[in-house]
Every structure is written in C-alpha cells, then in structure tokens.
Design a protein around this ligand. Structure first.
Ligand SMILES: C[S@@+](CC[C@H](N)C(=O)[O-])C[C@H]1O[C@@H](n2cnc3c(N)ncnc32)[C@H](O)[C@@H]1O
Length: 205
C-alpha cells in the first residue's frame, strides 16, 4: 500500500491541496490549542494549518514522499511539525498525550479500522477529542459520475454513521452526521461528495 501512495504523491503538485480540510479547520479553530495527532496525514495540509494556529503537531503516514512534501510545506510556511513514517499497525505513542486526534480521510478496511481507531483512544487525554471526516458508503454514486470525486472504490473502506458509533462506543459522541458537500481539495478530492463527520470526546477515564 505504501508503494501505491508513494506513486500517487510523486508529483510536484499537492494531490489534496495545501489548504486544510474545511471541517478540520472549523473544528480546531473552536478549540484551545494543545497537542494534536494527525494519523495518515499525507502531504501535511492539516498539520501545517494546526501548527500555524499554535498547536503542537505530531503526524504519521506510511508514505515517505508525503512526509517530505509535508516537511517542505511546513518549512515554506515557517512552522515546525513532527512527522513519523509509521503505520496504524505499529504506532507507539505514549498514552494520554493528545488533546485532539484528527482522522481526515483515513480509509482502512474492516476489521482494521475498528482495531486501529480504537487503539488511538488511550492516546487521548481525558476530555480530548476525536475529529473524523471520511467518505460515506453513499459516496459510490459520486465516484461513478466523477473520476475526481476521490476515495477508495471498495465499499468496505467507506464509512457509515452506524459503523463510526460502534467503533467509538464508550466515547461521548458530540456530532455524528452524514452530509452532502462539495469538495475542492487539490486534484484528489473534487466535486460533490457524501461524507461522515464526527466529533467524539474521550470521557472514559
Ligand atoms: C486520502 S489520503 C489523506 C491524507 C490526509 N489525511 C489528507 O486529508 O490530506 C490517505 C492517507 O492514508 C495513508 N494511509 C493509508 N493506510 C495507512 C496505514 N495503514 N498507516 C499509515 N498511513 C496510512 C496513505 O498513505 C495516505 O497518505
């Protein structure tokens, strides 16, 4: 899979653009800056925005090319980010470290999404938040109409509200919605999209 992503990112352009994801941007601007983890961060658009707004940023992704582009973007933007080459399968961060963990278009198959997303919960401080945006299972309709709609074609790698509430059971779900939006994120996410958005708070310890 890292070969697939390295090939996708091997272009001068930022595949998902250099601007932050809209939901991510609006969500973190309403929270006090603290420590944030960005799993599957890709080329760094969200990491750099968070750092510009006073957050201490940890990120990881399996793609070396994405990491290099993220460091280039951070340098150009005059901010510092920490960014490891790692996979959900092998991450090893200290527990209770993050105020926010943001999963933005982190698409995994089953049962991995349940196993690896649940593995993130102990890394949150008490009261910390999970932010999530990803394509819904209904996004297939837009993928059939538009080659630039983005997202995996395998239905199992797309999300439903029910699936998210099951994965994050035990947290306090503050927002969980499926919405139709229009994406303008580089060449990778473009046009009408059906997404799931979630904000969940860790109240478990
Ligand atoms: C659609 S991109 C999203 C990138 C970024 N979150 C954004 O919104 O711009 C999905 C990313 O997930 C990463 N990824 C997929 N499976 C992964 C895994 N098991 N461990 C780490 N990264 C993974 C890919 O390398 C890719 O960068």
């Amino acid at each position: 899979m890292s070969k697939f992503w390295n090939e996708r990112y091997d272009t001068d352009k930022y595949v998902y653009g250099v601007e932050p994801n809209h939901f991510f941007k609006e969500s973190i601007l309403h929270l006090p800056a603290g420590n944030i983890l960005l799993p599957a961060e890709g080329e760094g658009r969200n990491a750099v925005f968070a750092a510009q707004n006073g957050w201490t940023v940890e990120a990881f992704d399996q793609s070396e090319i994405a990491q290099k582009k993220a460091f280039d973007l951070a340098k150009k933007s005059g901010v510092r980010i920490n960014y490891r080459i790692d996979r959900f399968e092998t991450i090893d961060y200290p527990v209770e470290q993050f105020d926010v963990i943001a999963l933005i278009y982190a698409h995994l198959p089953s049962p991995e999404k349940t196993i690896y997303f649940r593995k993130l919960l102990p890394l949150l401080k008490k009261g910390g938040y999970i932010l999530f945006e990803g394509f819904s299972k209904d996004h297939r309709i837009f993928q059939e109409q538009n080659k630039s709609a983005g997202g995996p074609k395998e239905i199992d790698m797309l999300y439903s509200k029910g699936e998210l509430s099951e994965i994050f059971q035990g947290t306090k779900i503050i927002l969980l919605e499926q919405c139709l939006i229009s994406l303008d994120e580089g060449v990778g996410h473009n046009g009408s999209a059906s997404v799931i958005r979630m904000i969940a708070q860790n109240t478990s310890f």
